[in-house]
Design a protein. Structure first.
Length: 106
């Protein structure tokens, strides 16, 4: 279950990164077209600016969710390790052994 959470968190991080790039590109387009005063362009620029504000808010919310989930996972891991130190050490050793076998085959 931890792998699923890690995978979805990395997908969320990628989505946030992509959204930030889109927002940045859109802001650059708005700056580049600021001198054009046609009515349709002005309306389009206003709609894009509004959507950018909304997107920035959603990105901020998504980042907060990812950070909170990451902190919760870290706390849960810390609690588990503190409550079961030998079991945690055994799991870590097993994972290390498996990784060593996988890497050694290459």
């Amino acid at each position: 279950m931890c792998e699923v959470t890690d995978h979805s968190d990395s997908n969320k991080d990628k989505l946030i990164s992509d959204m930030k790039a889109v927002v940045s590109d859109a802001e650059e387009i708005l700056r580049a077209t600021s001198g054009i005063a046609e009515d349709k362009i002005g309306e389009l620029r206003a709609r894009i600016a509004e959507r950018l504000r909304d997107a920035k808010l959603r990105i901020t919310d998504a980042e907060e969710v990812v950070v909170n989930r990451t902190k919760a996972a870290a706390r849960a891991t810390d609690d588990y390790v503190n409550e079961n130190p030998w079991r945690a050490a055994g799991i870590a050793a097993g994972i290390g052994l498996l990784l060593g076998i996988i890497i050694g085959r290459r």
